[in-house]
Design a protein around this ligand. Structure first.
Ligand code: FES
Length: 87
């Protein structure tokens, strides 16, 4: 479980185990694009402003898996309990 601050929206959503970050974001901002919801299409790509993404997508290459500037919220989560997104 972790919290995601949606910086531009000005709200924070809680993401429990068993729920996707995308679903939690959609509660507040249904306009975020999504298609495959399996981490393969890239349509949900979101900029990360702070925090450590736990990448679970199939898009980032091995050498990109430590990137902290993007996340695919349909499948990926956060380390450390909190992440800040440019949404
Ligand atoms: Fe396809 Fe997230 S919806 S990668």
């Amino acid at each position: 479980p972790f919290d995601a601050e949606l910086r531009r929206t000005g709200s924070t959503v809680h993401v429990p185990a068993g729920r996707t970050l995308l679903a939690a974001i959609h509660d507040v901002d249904p306009t975020l694009d999504a298609s495959c919801e399996e981490g393969v299409c890239g349509s949900c790509i979101t900029r990360v402003l702070a925090g450590a993404p736990d990448h679970r997508d199939s898009l980032l290459e091995a050498h990109e898996r430590d990137r902290t500037d993007v996340i695919y919220p349909c499948v990926s989560r956060a380390h450390g309990g909190r992440i800040v997104l440019d949404i």
